[in-house]
Design a protein around this ligand. Structure first.
Ligand code: ZN
Length: 125
């Protein structure tokens, strides 16, 4: 009788571990797919920036020094020289409902109001 319960316990444990293994595999595939998508998007952004830079430098004569100065100026616009276009603080709120706005969406998630402060590249300064 003891063996019966031991076997039952073992079988339940094996089933539990199998389910966890399947879930972990699924989560790993999902994370890999998201990482691949981010990598593809970054490659597209790099290519776009290289094309835009070639136009600016060739047609307008903008120098690399001017580019670096502008990058520093934009980096410092949030008060921190951190290699980022904007800081993580300063969450903006919806002018209609007062709830936090997402930087990635042009409308409020909660009430649907348009983000009056939205600007190109998601910056609202
Ligand atoms: Zn709102």
């Amino acid at each position: 009788m003891t063996n019966f319960f031991w076997d039952l316990y073992q079988n339940r444990w094996i089933a539990e571990v199998s389910a966890r293994t399947r879930d972990a595999g699924s989560a790993a595939r999902s994370a890999r797919d998201k990482a691949n998508d981010v990598e593809r998007r970054i490659d597209a952004l790099i290519l776009t920036n290289m094309a835009m830079w070639s136009f600016l430098s060739e047609r307008l004569g903008v120098t690399e020094e001017q580019l670096l100065d502008r990058m520093t100026e934009i980096d410092l616009s949030d008060g921190k020289l951190d290699g980022k276009a904007r800081g993580t603080s300063g969450v903006r709120t919806c002018s209609d409902c007062g709830k936090p706005l997402s930087k990635r969406h042009p409308k409020c998630f909660y009430c649907g109001a348009a983000d009056a402060g939205a600007k190109p590249f998601g910056r609202a300064t």
